[in-house]
Ligand binder design. Structure first.
Ligand code: SF4
Length: 129
């Protein structure tokens, strides 16, 4: 890893809001987030690409994006972690119709106090009633 730093977008975790539930660990394809001592942490900043896929699943709003100086995202470091996570990945399902993400893309959604997933086939009906 290079010691060069740049200003870029990266995930920020508010420890006061984090319950350590671990829901944000799985959506992070690069393995940047782990639970350490009961709190979510970006364990290696070069693994966080700042895309923010973890944000929507956090039930407490502990995750946000910030722009600050840090190391650049390291594709080469993330590649083997992404490949390993893919091998062990368990497909998620739409809370509304039960469709697997293999059948239709899923989006994170909050409903009745839960953070869950909805498929793109069900989303229009949920929006328009
Ligand atoms: S989903 Fe939110 S509350 Fe749960 S571990 Fe991640 S940051 Fe903490």
């Amino acid at each position: 890893m290079s010691s060069e730093t740049i200003t870029r977008q990266i995930v920020r975790i508010d420890e006061a809001l984090c319950t350590g539930c671990g829901v944000c660990v799985s959506p992070c394809a690069e393995g940047a987030i782990q639970i350490v001592d009961g709190k979510a942490k970006v364990i290696r900043e070069e693994l966080c690409d700042g895309a923010g896929f973890c944000l929507g699943v956090c039930p407490t709003g502990a995750l946000t994006l910030e722009e600050r100086e840090t190391v650049p995202f390291d594709h080469e470091a993330a590649e083997p972690i992404m490949a390993q996570k893919k091998a062990n990945y368990i497909a998620q399902h739409c809370f509304n119709c039960g469709a697997s993400e293999d059948a239709a893309p899923l989006l994170p959604v909050r409903t009745k106090g839960d953070s869950t997933w909805v498929c793109t086939r069900c989303l229009p009906a949920l929006i328009h009633g």
